[in-house]
Design a protein around this ligand. Structure first.
Ligand code: IYR
Length: 225
């Protein structure tokens, strides 16, 4: 049993006016974010992707196992292989009868199709893998906890970081995603979780005209009193 070890955590308390200002600013920033499916081919420096991954990796995780791997790809041949494999799966989803009619109906307002040119056009693809269990030096399996929740939170941080630096992304989940393990040569204890194309939005990019739920629709206050 490892003994706990504690260090002080004393962030300065801010005046409430300052807190409100920061909260409003952050909300205004994040509220501008949109998932983008049309990217500009312009290159993005690797350091920005490194910073987005480093930011994501600060997320809380079950037993602090940080059960994620962010696999970043900017070489054209690998992006092409991923596009072709993803489109083959998506085509079966949209046109091969894999998706139930209700699901296709739900995607109607998004205008999504099986063709995924963004997988080649975006300068970076960041594929997130969930580490189902760790592997000790002697090969023994190390239990991870709340893996899906932990990786999901890290992905949220990643999306926010990408937006904050002025780039765009999209949580893309071709289904099934097993081809990503093969193409990217990941070990069996890592399961593909989501794929993020990252880049600048195309100059003529368009996004669906969606409405976000109001605060009243998503927040419930003191329901028991
Ligand atoms: N993976 C498909 C289908 C899809 C599913 C959901 I749920 C979406 O929110 C969007 C798309 C695709 O990427 O087109």
């Amino acid at each position: 049993m490892t003994e706990p070890s504690f260090i002080p955590y004393r962030p300065a308390r801010l005046p409430e006016t300052e807190m409100l200002q920061r909260a409003r600013e952050f909300h205004a920033l994040i509220e501008q974010r949109r998932s983008v499916r049309q990217f500009a081919p312009d290159p993005v420096p690797r350091e920005l992707i490194e910073l987005a991954i480093a930011t994501a990796s600060t997320a809380p995780s079950g037993a602090h196992r940080q059960p994620w791997r962010f696999v970043a790809v900017d070489d054209a041949a690998t992006k092409r292989a991923i596009r072709l494999a993803a489109e083959a799966e998506e085509r079966r989803f949209y046109e091969g009868g894999r998706a139930p009619a209700e699901w296709i109906e739900a995607l109607g307002p998004l205008g999504t199709r099986w063709e995924k040119p963004y997988l080649e056009v975006a300068p970076w693809l960041v594929v997130v893998f969930a580490e189902q269990h760790g592997v000790a030096a002697n090969g023994a399996s190390i239990q991870n906890y709340y893996v899906k929740e932990s990786v999901g939170i890290a992905c949220g941080f990643f999306i926010a970081a990408v937006h904050r630096m002025g780039l765009a992304t999209l949580p893309h989940t071709p289904s099934p995603m097993g081809f990503l393990s093969e193409i990217l040569r990941r070990p069996p204890n890592e399961k593909p979780y989501v794929l993020f194309p990252v880049g600048y939005p195309a100059l003529d990019a368009e996004v669906p005209n969606l409405r976000r739920k109001s605060l009243a629709e998503v927040a419930v206050w003191n329901p028991a009193s």
